[in-house]
Design a protein around this ligand. Structure first.
Ligand code: CP
Length: 308
């Protein structure tokens, strides 16, 4: 029956208990990969990507292959019948006949809600416009949990494009469920966190401040979450060019950071982290991509009921 399968559109669609279960599962997958290598035998994942992606699409595919399953899909609307005018609703109704689970990325906010209404198999939002990116947040949470051994009592700096950066919105939504986290929002005025996210911080009674200065914020942070200025969401090229290099993290700027501060970035990186920072033991952004694959493996298993 349409719309009856479980859909993950927003990170809040998973309870804190379910997140805990997924972290435990991801840890077990890391320790004992052979235990899981055939779990998804004869199961198929569709990756329907209407927008470019490297990590999300390929880590979903890599995750399914590591579980012994198979994958199919498209990487770009132009190679699908969307280019002939087919709706998301119809595409999802068709794909539900072909596969056991679907991951979809779409440039339009809200497209996953339409998909969830039409799917008959588990459905995962792999990013919708400037809205949500729940599986990136799963990667972020596992990285924080493994590097800091906790998800509470942390001072988290979010830096860059806080307006269009969907990963920032999803991460704030997730971290607000854990106690005593403090937020430092580092951006220029034009890329401030949207009011609806600010309202969530107020409603949760969270401690937060807004600043333009990365240098001033750095010494206070346990986590620094850098983001790219999202070129594809700007209405005018001039504004993008003016803002794109506003923050560049360098080894020099890190001199005032805590020795155990973790640097995260959802990637892709453009200029906002100098490659010289990659050698710093605090740089966790490539490790974050491994956490992303393990969390996607855990989520696929959980949604297919193959986690036990
Ligand atoms: N982090 C992330 O979503 O990367 P991709 O756009 O490459 O999938």
């Amino acid at each position: 029956m349409k719309g009856k399968a479980r859909s993950i559109i927003n990170i809040l669609d998973l309870s804190v208990e379910e997140l805990e279960h997924l972290f435990t599962l991801a840890d077990d997958i890391e320790r004992n990969p052979e235990k899981y290598q055939d779990r998804c035998a004869h199961k198929q994942l569709a990756t329907l990507f209407y927008e470019p992606s490297t990590r999300t699409r390929l880590s979903f595919e890599s995750a399914m292959l590591a579980l012994g399953g198979q994958t199919l899909g498209f990487a770009g609307a132009s190679s699908s019948s969307a280019s002939k005018g087919e709706s998301v609703a119809d595409t999802i109704s068709v794909m539900s006949n072909y596969v056991d689970i679907i991951a979809m990325r779409h440039p339009k906010e809200g497209a996953p809600v339409v998909a969830a209404m039409h799917t008959t198999v588990p459905f995962i939002n792999a990013g919708d416009g400037g809205h949500f990116h729940p599986t990136q947040t799963l990667a972020d949470l596992l990285t924080i949990r493994r590097t800091k051994q906790r998800l509470s009592g942390l001072t988290i700096g979010l830096c860059g494009d806080l307006k269009f950066g969907r990963t920032v919105h999803s991460l704030i939504d997730a971290m607000l469920r854990y106690p005593d986290n403090r937020y430092i929002l580092i951006s220029p005025e034009e890329l401030r966190l949207p009011e609806y996210e600010i309202d969530k911080l107020h409603d949760a009674g969270a401690e937060f401040e807004e600043t333009r200065s990365l240098e001033e914020a750095i010494p206070k942070l346990d986590i620094l979450y850098m983001t790219r200025v999202q070129k594809e969401r700007f209405f005018n090229e001039e504004d993008y060019v003016r803002l794109k290099d506003i923050y560049i993290l360098t080894p020099d700027k890190l001199k005032s950071a805590k020795e155990d501060m973790a640097i995260l970035h959802p990637l892709p990186r453009v200029n906002e982290i100098s490659v010289a920072v990659d050698q710093d033991p605090r740089a966790k952004y490539f490790y974050q991509t491994l956490c992303g694959k393990q969390m996607r493996m855990a989520l696929i298993l959980y949604l297919l009921g193959l986690d036990q």
